[in-house]
Design a protein around this ligand. Structure first.
Ligand SMILES: C[S@@+](CC[C@H](N)C(=O)[O-])C[C@H]1O[C@@H](n2cnc3c(N)ncnc32)[C@H](O)[C@@H]1O
Length: 319
């Protein structure tokens, strides 16, 4: 199956509509910080024929496949292998001082989930890797086999919102002493055995939260999002727009916080008139987070957890 059939871009029309007012001028630059299979990027290039695209991904496989897909757009598309918090350096290298649009479609791609041997999916047995860029960092198996128990509990609670973290980690520690973990099926089975019946009745596959937690840790995802969203806002020209799709509450909370801070005045309380330098530099484009429609979820199950937030840059930084 070709990559464009496999991956249906989430909330695509809504993302295009949100960015559209910023992308009308010839020479406008839009950055897709999460290229993946290139679905959103391709749609941006088609919908805005005057726009130049810069697209980032840390996964070399994604860059290769999306590169083939976007080849017909020639020099309008510049693809860069980078972690998205490196956006300022990437733009500097390309000699682009500011941009008109930024899109983030966070998390793991359908492509990564579908490639069984990368270990992202709990439904298939595979080496427990989970690195989006397999050329650097440590694998999920190494995290499981080497982290102190307290650290594992923290990760499962914080990144997986797993209430049974202690139970799971006790079982992991007991088992890893017998034999280190290497494959996903053994972990899935261990979690199933470790959880009480009641905890297994809700929330789908009981391994889901642990897998999410390991993936976030292995790829240092939240730290990257925390650094990347403010960097992207800073890269926007006045009138520029940013749209962010998150798939779990921790990411969404970070996005919400950065946007809310940007949309608030920084004036000390009690000033009768708020001077220009304290005025908000962002205007929110979404009230709360927007969700996909029922129809979209029916057609594309992976859209179900999506939350979209957008903002427009309305002021320069005044130093
Ligand atoms: C949900 S997919 C994007 C799918 C894409 N919008 C499409 O339509 O095909 C997310 C992508 O972001 C990449 N990614 C995740 N974290 C990243 C990071 N910190 N820096 C750069 N890329 C990252 C993943 O490798 C993955 O390819």
């Amino acid at each position: 199956m070709s990559s464009n059939v496999r991956h249906v871009p989430v909330m695509l029309q809504r993302c295009l509509d949100m960015l559209a007012p910023a992308l009308t001028e010839p020479g406008a630059v839009v950055v897709d910080c999460t290229l993946g299979a290139g679905g959103h990027s391709e749609a941006l290039l088609k919908a805005f024929p005057e726009v130049r695209l810069v697209a980032l991904d840390r996964d070399p496989t994604a860059l290769k496949l999306a590169g083939e897909r976007l080849a017909p757009f020639g020099e309008r598309a510049t693809l860069v292998r980078a972690v998205y918090h490196e956006l300022p350096e990437v733009l500097e290298r390309l000699g682009i001082p500011s941009v008109q649009g930024v899109l983030f479609d966070l998390g793991v791609s359908s492509m990564q989930l579908d490639e069984a041997d990368r270990g992202f999916a709990y439904a298939q047995d595979a080496p427990l890797d989970m690195r989006m860029d397999q050329t650097t960092g440590i694998s999920a198996a190494e995290v499981l086999n080497t982290y102190p128990p307290g650290e594992l509990v923290r990760i499962l609670r914080a990144y997986g919102e797993e209430k049974q973290a202690k139970r799971i980690v006790s079982a992991v520690v007991r088992e890893r002493e017998k034999e280190p973990f290497s494959n996903s099926a053994r972990l899935v089975e261990l979690i199933r055995d470790a959880l009480p019946q009641a905890a297994k009745r809700t929330g789908g596959n009981p391994a889901k939260r642990t897998f999410q937690a390991l993936r976030i840790e292995v790829n240092a995802e939240l730290a990257s999002v925390e650094a990347a969203i403010p960097a992207a806002v800073a890269a926007l020209a006045v009138g520029g727009r940013i749209a962010v799709l998150s798939y779990q509450s921790l990411e969404d909370r970070i996005v919400k916080g950065v946007f809310a801070a940007g949309a608030a005045t920084t004036a000390p309380p009690g000033l009768p008139v708020v001077p220009e330098r304290y005025q908000p530099r962002l205007k929110l484009l979404t009230r709360g987070a927007e969700l996909p429609t029922e129809e979209e979820i029916a057609e594309n199950r992976r859209a179900a957890p999506a939350r979209l937030r957008g903002a427009e840059r309305i002021r320069e930084d005044i130093l």
